[in-house]
Design a binder for this molecule. Structure first.
Ligand code: ATP
Ligand code: MG
Length: 557
């Protein structure tokens, strides 16, 4: 039995805040949410946010809401709504029946704005965007009051109603919160909370021509849903006073609390929507879920599991300081996850024929092979052996260097799960390439026969030429050149020309015949692989390499 780990992990700073809130009675329950804008595919960073919010809800027996922050009609697309829901479902976060759209609250947001006007806390301003910027001041200079700041409540109510009724052009008037133009926090200098925008919205159509700004809308969405802890990333830290102002002035009972944490960044990995869009448009990648990308859809297609992503975000931890994590840590997590769970089968990626001269021509032996030597629970399978096999080209050398223990003229190796063979000859084509290796085998050395006569230093894998399934295998490297960094001097991506290698002529043992898309395996000695979810068919099997077997990454204890 495995020794139980005794590490009682200390709580992260968000859990500490929640504990305190519950203890002091600020809240009697925990309610979190994940609020993406439906303007792109989710990536590994979002996975952290999803699993954090969902995990906290579970830990505190609370609730987790799914909410699309679709208050900005310019950028949102319905296609993203579906991809985002698929990704979150796949990650295992469950919003039950609480799927919300911020645009469903437009009416309440409008009423909230009217309430602020009635309290003398908001006013309609005629300054242009450019003028508003000038009046706002800088980090070192205070702002100036707008000449429209002291309009009467009645006038503001009328003008705001006119805004809603489409009487103004885009940009002609805005509604601003009346806070403090000399605040040291620029976000508090009478921020715009509603703008005129004659645009169709994917949910509300042409019903509205005024739209709330994010900083006004978000706290209202949280308050309406009775969210207790509104968790966001660090760039919103300076906006928190405004968040608090909005929920206070609107007099919500038990207003939500905003908590910020540091975004997850991966070193030398492309996550920016702008870059990925360009890669897709330029045809450099095969869509938003190309296995070289780190969108959640791409990670899934590559073969990462929800469990491995969960392990990864847990290892990264939650913090207040920005840092960047190595991709190798993600690879470590998928190896850990698949190691004992998946069968280890034999696949030859760069084949060369091996003929056993003294093995009977028509004979076939079926060997009983462990599916996973480290995990007997996965059972056994039958693997066919005959006179003609394929082995990997790199397992043979005409003139081996020192310490090369695999096949070379005169040397004996073990064929994994089968016999010892000795190389007696090899044939080259007219270009000098080795095309066929001849061996003899020793029938005494059959695996599992208890043979102890002699030992060999090398063990290589193989497949039966007659029984093997031909397949396409795709190997990946980082889409950008790691050595030289992510970007060129001109700001373009520094692409790695070797990010994709397609091997069309691979041979895999016949046990993969009943594979389904997304099934995962270890191919012994070469890595973990996944049947491609789009391109795999029984007639044309396609496997993606998730990760190779070895890594330099070590988990620091
Ligand atoms: P954009 O750059 O277009 O604003 P975004 O990445 O901020 O996109 P949102 O849809 O606004 O996308 O994000 C949804 C949630 O995911 C937010 O709560 C945001 O803070 C969180 N999030 C976004 N990127 C990361 C990241 N790298 N690490 C952790 N959380 C993130
Ligand atoms: Mg955003």
């Amino acid at each position: 039995m495995e020794a139980e780990t005794n590490i009682t992990e200390s709580k992260n700073f968000i859990e500490q805040i929640i504990d305190k809130d519950l203890e002091e009675g600020r809240f009697d329950h925990v309610q979190t949410r994940f609020p993406p804008e439906p303007n792109g595919y989710l990536h590994i960073g979002h996975a952290k946010s999803i699993l954090l919010n969902y995990g906290l809800a579970q830990e505190y027996h609370g609730k987790f809401n799914m909410r699309f922050d679709d208050t900005n009609p310019t950028k949102e697309k319905e296609e993203f709504v579906n991809s985002i829901l698929d990704d979150i479902r796949w990650l295992g976060a469950d919003w039950e029946d609480r799927l919300f759209f911020a645009s469903d609250y437009f009416e309440q947001m409008y009423e909230a704005a009217v309430k602020l006007i009635k309290k003398g806390k908001a006013y309609v301003c005629d300054l242009s965007a450019e003028e508003i910027r000038k009046y706002r001041g800088t980090l070192t200079e205070p702002g100036k009051n707008s000449p429209y700041r002291d309009r009467s409540i009645e006038e503001n109510l009328e003008l705001f109603e006119n805004m809603k009724n489409g009487m103004y052009q885009d940009g002609e008037k805005v509604l601003r919160a009346k806070i403090d133009m000399s605040s040291s926090n620029i976000n508090m200098r009478d921020p715009v909370i509603y703008r005129v925008a004659h645009m169709e919205h994917h949910n509300t159509g042409n019903k509205w021509c005024i739209y709330p700004m994010y900083d006004f809308a978000h706290p209202i969405e949280d308050a309406i849903e009775k969210v207790t802890h509104s968790i966001c990333t660090l760039e919103f830290e300076d906006h928190r006073p405004l968040y608090d102002w909005v929920v206070r002035e609107l007099e919500y009972p038990n207003p939500p609390r905003q908590i910020e944490f540091a975004k997850l960044y991966l070193t030398n990995v492309v996550t920016g929507k702008r870059y990925i869009k360009k890669l897709v448009e330029d045809g450099i990648v095969d869509g938003w879920d190309d296995p070289r990308l780190v969108s959640i859809a791409a990670l899934r297609r590559r073969g990462f599991t929800p469990e491995s992503i969960k392990m990864f975000v847990e290892l990264c931890g939650i913090s207040k300081s920005q840092s960047s994590v190595d991709y190798a840590m993600l690879e470590y997590c998928i190896r850990e996850d698949l190691n004992l769970k998946k069968p280890r089968i034999m696949a030859v990626l760069d084949p060369i024929k091996l003929i056993i001269d003294n093995y009977p021509e028509d004979q076939v032996e079926w060997f009983d092979v462990d599916n996973n030597v480290k995990n007997p629970e996965l059972g056994k399978r039958k693997v066919p052996f005959c006179r003609e096999l394929y082995i990997d080209r790199e397992d043979f050398m005409e003139e081996p260097p020192k310490k090369y223990f695999r096949l070379y003229p005169g040397n004996e190796v073990r064929l994994m799960n089968a016999y010892f063979v000795t190389c007696v000859d090899y044939i080259k084509d007219e270009t000098g390439k080795v095309v066929e290796i001849h061996c003899t085998y020793d029938p005494e050395t059959r695996s599992g026969s208890g043979f102890t006569g002699r030992k060999v230093k090398g063990t290589i894998h193989w497949v039966s030429a007659k029984h093997a399934v031909q397949a396409e295998v795709r190997l990946y490297e980082n889409i950008v050149d790691e050595e030289k960094g992510k970007l060129n001097e001109d700001g373009s991506l520094n692409l790695n020309p070797n990010s994709l290698t397609v091997l069309k002529d691979c041979y895999i043992e016949p046990s993969i015949e009943n594979v389904k898309p997304e099934d995962k395996f270890q191919f012994v000695r070469t890595g973990y692989f996944c049947a491609d979810m789009h391109d795999y068919t029984p007639e044309h099997p396609v496997f993606n390499r998730i990760v190779s077997l070895k890594s330099s990454f070590r988990l620091s204890k």
